[in-house]
Design a protein around this ligand. Structure first.
Ligand code: PHE
Length: 380
């Protein structure tokens, strides 16, 4: 009997047994990728820049036919820059959305929250820009496409000793940020080994707004510079309050300073400060300039920063891994990602080492006439 002549209830019952038809018939199922980021809240600049870089890379991949003939489909979740959200989000992306990989986070503390979920679920996680070494130590499903803080801290210490010629400095560290605590430690080790003195270390917590007590103690210690390994909101406020207290000495930090808000919040107080980061949009290399052009056109605006560049490159590394794995199955994709070599992107070539970290150059940026300007690059 032809299907159309079956009594309706029987037809419906049969239809339920049929496999679900993909939305666009004939089109291969998309490759679902989860992005979790601080799209709102205190570090919204991190999440938004990353999202733009990730989306640009995904759109370009899809326009070129996707990977293994399949399109990438992004599922994006916002952790609001809050602690305690990223593990839940990672679970949701894996269990509900069935993503084959996670991209995230920028802040090391939030990557550290999500990484154990990726590891247990055997779903690879690629952090674009978390630099604390512990992130990839969580397990062999956790990767990053950036350098780590033992390298960044050495670079910052060298810059302080050799370029700024500092002998005695103070540290102002955020104790509630894994990134800050780690970077302070690596800076101190190398600065001291290079003959400098860390006269004192003062502390704060994420979200603090008043740093006068710490800065007054630092002023009394008679140091020549302050290293502030924190994120842009607090770093900008610290610079402001330091200048208000009459501290005229060099103020400098790491990649956590990178955001237009550093200039907006800090104003004149951040003029002449320095920070290290992963890339400079002023780099004349064709790879960087091509990326800068495409990014500006796509987002109708400013040049991409390091988070955007690393977010973009994380997608390219994932796509390369899926291609070499011949599919998206967790363990196979993990093995392919672990063998990542020479994937060209906006931040240079990504090759992952045995600890699933990348080795890349750093750059030092200064604020000059209210704008970010390239100072020097630091070889790995
Ligand atoms: N490296 C920082 C962290 O681990 C995050 C960051 C990366 C911030 C790049 C700005 C630019 O927390």
């Amino acid at each position: 009997m032809p299907l159309a002549r079956l009594p309706l209830p029987l037809f419906a019952a049969l239809a339920l047994l049929l496999p679900a038809v993909p939305a666009a018939a004939g089109e291969p199922t998309p490759i679902k990728v989860g992005l979790f980021a601080s799209l709102t809240g205190k570090e919204a600049a991190f999440g938004q820049a990353t999202r733009k870089g990730v989306e640009l890379a995904v759109e370009e991949l899809n326009a070129a036919g996707g990977v293994l003939g399949r399109r990438f489909e992004l599922v994006i979740e916002d952790n609001q820059s809050k602690a305690g959200e990223s593990a839940t989000i990672a679970k949701k992306l894996i269990a509900r959305d069935k993503v084959v990989a996670l991209i995230g986070e920028v802040a090391s503390s939030r990557s550290l929250e999500a990484a154990p979920i990726a590891q247990q679920s055997r779903v690879p996680m690629i952090s674009p820009s978390s630099t604390n070494p512990k992130v990839t130590e969580i397990g062999n499903y956790v990767f990053r496409v950036c350098f780590i803080d033992p390298f960044q801290g050495v670079g910052d210490a060298k810059f302080a000793r050799q370029s700024l010629k500092l002998q005695r400095v103070a540290l102002l560290t955020s104790v509630s940020s894994a990134y800050s605590v780690g970077l302070a430690k690596y800076f101190r080790e190398h600065f001291t080994a290079a003959g400098g003195t860390v006269a004192l270390e003062q502390k704060y917590s994420e979200g603090d707004k008043d740093f006068k007590a710490q800065l007054t103690a630092i002023k009394a210690a008679g140091v020549e510079g302050i290293f502030i390994p924190g994120y842009y909101t607090e770093a900008a406020l610290i610079c402001k309050q330091a200048r208000e207290l009459g501290l005229k000495l060099p103020l400098f930090g790491g990649d956590g300073w990178e955001a237009p808000q550093l200039l907006e919040i800090g104003g004149a107080a951040v003029e002449g400060t320095y920070y290290s980061t992963h890339y400079s949009s002023e780099d004349r290399s064709p790879a960087v300039q091509g990326f800068v052009e495409r990014f500006k056109r796509r987002w109708n605006g400013d040049a991409p920063d390091a988070m955007a560049a690393l977010g973009h490159d994380a997608v390219l590394v994932l796509a390369d891994g899926i291609r070499r794995a011949g599919g998206t199955e967790g363990p196979k994709l993990r093995d392919a990602l672990a063998a990542t070599r020479d994937v060209s992107g906006a931040t240079g070539k990504t090759t992952l080492d045995a600890q699933r970290n990348a080795t890349k150059a750093a750059v030092v940026i200064t604020v000059k006439q209210g704008r970010f300007a390239f100072v020097e690059s630091v070889a790995p």
